[in-house]
Design a protein around this ligand. Structure first.
Ligand SMILES: [Zn+2]
Length: 290
């Protein structure tokens, strides 16, 4: 799909926060005294209208003003077409100048090692969703080395440790996330198979966002709270426990993600932006006229 001229109404922002369980449950950054609301935008894109983005300004401890875009992605994906939503969103994020994306979401444990209320900062993923064809730049080759930005992971882990100490829970800086389509949960046989494949936690968040971030040359990392055991991991788990964790604990994830956004150094020191390889000009010409 040809790219249209950038939407003139798009504000400039170097960072984005993708909200999941935490910001849905009341941990919205708009309630934080460090954050000021600048406006709301829903830009038109070649992929349709982007989901609503809040343009916010975070004032860091050192007095630096850090504009960012906040999107309640988890809630939106339950209402909108996923492909159209994420493609229009990442098109807009690129045009706004976003270079670093911090995300938060819930996850299920597929091994005996991770328990409800644990926090995890995944270092890798296995994508079992139907990967979308025709990304933002058809033909772009995405190298998935270090799929989660090591710099953002480090600040997320540091902040999550403080949270874990206060809440008497645990935090892990390595985990393999298995991305599935949903909306149904997995069978016990599927969960056992995925654990043998090397997965630790599972969920319906994260793909394709993690590789669209790479496509626009942005850093991306996520902090997740384990909300439940997947089927068959424990003899039984109940939905009441899941609801209680979402209600009482997950809303803390939003502030963890916001703190990480504040703690990031001003300059990127990682290599995330170098892992996108655009197609050879000759190939690009063929693609454009197809
Ligand atoms: Zn990075």
């Amino acid at each position: 799909m040809p790219r249209r001229a950038a939407g003139a109404a798009l504000p400039r922002a170097g960072h984005a926060l993708l909200g999941g369980s935490g910001t849905d449950a009341g941990g919205s950054p708009t309630a934080d005294p460090r954050v000021r609301r600048l406006g709301r935008v829903t830009p038109d894109t070649p992929f349709g209208q982007s989901p609503e983005m809040e343009h916010l300004l975070l004032t860091t401890e050192s007095g630096e003003e850090r504009p960012f875009l906040f999107i309640r992605l988890h809630a939106l994906l339950q209402l909108r077409d996923r492909r159209q939503t994420v493609l229009s969103l990442f098109w807009a994020l690129e045009r706004a100048g976003v270079e670093r994306i911090v995300a938060e979401s819930g996850a299920g444990s597929i091994t005996q090692h991770f328990h409800p209320r644990d926090l995890v900062v995944p270092h890798d993923f296995i994508d079992l969703t139907a990967q979308m064809g025709g990304h933002l730049s058809p033909g772009a080759v995405l190298v998935m080395r270090e799929p989660f930005c090591p710099d953002i992971r480090e600040v997320l882990f540091h902040r999550a440790r403080r949270f874990a100490a206060e809440k008497a829970t645990r935090v892990f800086n390595r985990a393999v996330f298995v991305a599935v389509e949903g909306p149904r949960y997995e069978t016990a046989a599927e969960v056992a198979a995925l654990a043998r494949l090397g997965g630790d936690v599972i969920g319906q968040a994260l793909a394709p966002e993690v590789y669209l971030a790479r496509e626009i040359g942005a850093c991306y990392a996520v902090v997740q709270m384990v909300l439940n055991y997947a089927e068959g991991v424990r003899p039984e788990w109940d939905f009441e426990l899941l609801r209680a964790i979402v209600r009482e604990g997950a809303e803390e994830l939003g502030p963890v993600a916001l703190d990480a956004l504040e703690a990031l150094p001003s300059e990127r020191g990682c290599r995330c932006g170098s892992y996108r390889q655009l197609p050879h000009p000759a190939e690009a010409a063929v693609t454009d006229t197809a």
